[in-house]
Design a protein around this ligand. Structure first.
Ligand code: SD4
Length: 331
């Protein structure tokens, strides 16, 4: 593991502190107000949860030397995919109810190009396969055996993704679970990452082993463009974490971007999307969802149903973990 950067925890700062806001001032004659454009905070990278701190650090190495957002987000999330101690993403992820670790990932750049893989097994870095789908095929999404075959053709090595620790957790789950997948608001922590590079271009990546002990074959929101991730270089980017079924039902990340297009701040857009999920579900028991957003000015925001969602921010001036605002405390 690489050395972590100096790290300052700042709670619930919100986007305001990150960007110099627009101001009105007077021309020489003191009559005509001139609107100064917002100072754009770039480059900047943000990602979901505490594991985003290290991921941001890796992405920052690219952004800080003037590299592209798409390369930064791919490299950034790979560090979490490859970390065996992380049981919700990539290698070491918790398996489905039959003991298979199945991975979902997608990536999207400033040209609306995108690539994704779903239900992919035995590959350590699904995001890199998604990038190849984007760059080297006319398609957006490959799944299962076909995705694996494609990865092998592109030279990816196969490995066993199920670590001893995750196998043990699964065996314990089997003893008490009666083979029934349960939605548990703690058993899924995707990494979604959004970046704005020094050229002002946005990209995003999202990767996960999905909900622990899910039905074999289940695919969540994370590889679905518009649900787990969406980027529109004219407006902003968004990603989601939490119960993927709820995110897919409202096309979550696409909605967040559209709300920003209509003038909302990243925080307001995430909040409005969460409120839509709340409205559409009769029961919110264990239904944790969090959205993260970044706009063209480098403003960031996050919002979740329940308290507890946080996200990491890295810019020239900040290395922080922010607690997202939320709708309610846990039941
Ligand atoms: C899924 N959304 O598979 C993913 C899991 C997750 O934070 O995000 N966790 O439903």
């Amino acid at each position: 593991m690489k050395t972590r950067r100096n790290f300052i925890k700042i709670s619930a700062l919100g986007s305001a502190a990150l960007v110099t806001s627009s101001c009105m001032s007077s021309e020489k004659d003191n009559k005509t107000p001139v609107k100064h454009p917002k100072k754009i905070l770039k480059p900047i990278v943000i990602s979901t949860w505490r594991h985003g701190i290290q991921a941001n650090a890796d992405a920052w190495e690219i952004l800080n030397r003037g590299g592209k957002a798409i390369d930064a987000v791919e490299k950034g999330v790979m560090v979490v995919e490859s970390d065996p101690s992380n049981q919700s993403v990539g290698f070491g992820g918790l398996p489905d109810r039959d003991g298979f670790v199945t991975l979902d990932a997608c990536i999207m750049d400033e040209n609306n190009s995108c690539g994704a893989v779903a239900f992919l097994q035995n590959i350590e870095n699904p995001i890199a396969v998604a990038r190849k789908v984007m760059d080297e095929t006319p398609h957006v999404l490959l799944v299962g055996e076909g995705a694996l075959q494609f990865a092998k053709e592109k030279g990816f090595k196969t490995i066993n993704l199920l670590t001893k620790k995750s196998k043990k957790a699964w065996e314990e789950w089997k003893m008490k679970s009666k083979y029934t997948p349960v939605i548990n608001s703690e058993n899924h922590d995707t990494i979604g990452m959004l970046a704005l590079d020094s050229n002002g271009n946005l990209s995003g990546a999202c990767t996960t082993s999905g909900m622990a002990y899910k039905l074999h074959g289940r695919v969540g929101d994370s590889p679905i463009i518009g649900a787990g991730l969406f980027v529109d270089n004219e407006v902003g980017a968004a990603c989601a974490t939490g119960v993927g079924e709820a995110v897919m039902r409202i096309a979550g990340s696409a909605i967040v971007v559209e709300l920003m297009r209509n003038g909302m701040s990243p925080n307001e857009a995430c909040k409005t999307a969460v409120e839509r999920i709340i409205k559409k579900h009769k029961s919110l028991k264990n239904l944790q969802v969090g959205f993260l957003a970044l706009n063209k000015n480098g403003e960031v925001g996050g919002y979740s149903i329940y308290a507890g969602f946080n996200y990491a921010v890295q810019s020239e001036t900040q290395t922080t973990l922010l607690d997202a605002k939320y709708n309610r405390e846990r039941d």
